[in-house]
Design a protein around this ligand. Structure first.
Ligand code: AMP
Length: 342
């Protein structure tokens, strides 16, 4: 199929601008599913958008009107964090008629903490200890509350009694929380692209998240922290670049390859396109993975003009959005689009 017959669609949020730009650069028509309230924002980038589908809420993306409209435009929908946050997974799996770039069945593994742990273990990644029994807490832990979005509502504690006291205050049952060893060190989020066309794993870029108010806390002198005991939040407000010591790259590739293999085994056909491993280096330089994302992450927005790593592979600016479009274009030309969509 000719790429000129296909449109690339996404929701107006998260990484939409780089997805649209990348699609345009590769010669695709573009479609933006846009909230009425954000028309003026995306209007500022109108040269990137061929068609706008206006909705009152992103949940409407699943409606037959929007699905039919996308189908009539021959669209492939690029999923990102906002699609997952505002549309429920069952709807994406069962009711979406428009083809989705990537393996939409992995999104559930990203969202469910137990499935996530299973995939990470199968991949052979080092993960922080998970405490199923609060009495065993013997060091700093991060307590992840059910339904906490964007890291809001997590808290830190270092003793069983502190975990319980805080849960009582919050009126949350012990059975519903995820208590994980807190890795004191440098967080790092590694953005990969796996190409089913070449069976190659590419390191696209990496970032650190700027999280408020966890990142603001270090500016308070210790005595003020003690006096005021501010509530902690890990709400992401932006991303900052990082490159790793070159000697650390081998390990991240090993983890990335492990995840690709594990995903092929557990959720065939496995990862397609972008995914991200999210973790931290401790004081000994050991990397612990506490999360993964099975789709493009917002940290790639730093690199719309390419990253140090893409520059090593591509002699042109290459963003994650453009890399996605390049893969779709190549698959169209080779008649292999089926390998990329679900
Ligand atoms: P998550 O919702 O799991 O992505 O976590 C949100 C943020 O909490 C991360 O970006 C980290 O800053 C922090 N975080 C989560 N889990 C851990 C951990 N086990 N050790 C250290 N920091 C963590």
């Amino acid at each position: 199929m000719s790429p000129s017959k296909i449109s690339i669609a996404t929701l107006g949020s998260h990484t939409a601008l780089q997805i649209l730009k990348g699609a345009k650069d590769e010669g695709f028509k573009t479609v933006l599913v846009c909230l009425k309230s954000r028309l003026s924002l995306y209007g500022r980038f109108k040269k990137l958008i061929d068609e706008i589908v206006v909705v009152d809420s992103f949940a409407e993306t699943a409606s037959s009107e929007v699905q039919d409209k996308l189908l009539s435009l021959n669209a492939i929908l690029i999923p990102h964090g906002s699609l997952i946050e505002y549309t429920d997974l069952e709807t994406i799996e069962k009711r979406f008629k428009v083809p989705i770039f990537g393996n939409k069945y992995i999104l559930r593994w990203e969202a469910d903490r137990n499935l996530k742990e299973r995939l990470l273990r199968e991949a052979g990644a080092r993960t922080p200890r998970v405490y199923t029994n609060i009495d065993e807490v013997d060091g700093v832990v991060i307590v992840k509350l059910p339904g906490a979005k964007g890291g809001r509502g997590y808290f830190l504690a270092s003793k069983p009694s502190d975990v319980r006291k805080k849960l009582e205050e919050l009126k949350i049952s012990e059975d519903h929380v995820f208590v994980q060893e807190y890795i004191l060190g440098v967080t790092s989020y590694i953005h990969f692209f796996y190409s089913p066309l070449t069976s190659e794993l590419e390191l696209i870029s990496m970032d650190r998240r700027y999280e408020t108010n966890a990142d603001g806390l270090g500016r308070l002198p210790a005595h003020i922290q003690v006096e005021t005991s501010p509530d902690l939040s890990f709400l992401v407000v932006g991303n900052i670049p990082i490159v790793l010591r070159e000697s650390l790259l081998e390990e991240v590739f090993r983890i990335g390859e492990g995840l690709v293999e594990a995903s092929k085994k557990l959720i065939p056909p496995g990862f397609i396109g972008p995914f991200c491993i999210e973790g931290a280096y401790d004081g000994e330089g050991k990397f612990y993975v506490f999360e993964f994302s099975a789709r493009i992450v917002a940290g790639t927005n730093i690199y719309i003009y390419g990253s140090p790593y893409t520059w090593l592979i591509y002699d042109e600016p290459m963003s994650m959005g453009k890399r996605i479009a390049r893969e779709i274009k190549r698959a169209c030309e080779e008649g292999k689009l089926d390998l990329l969509i679900t």
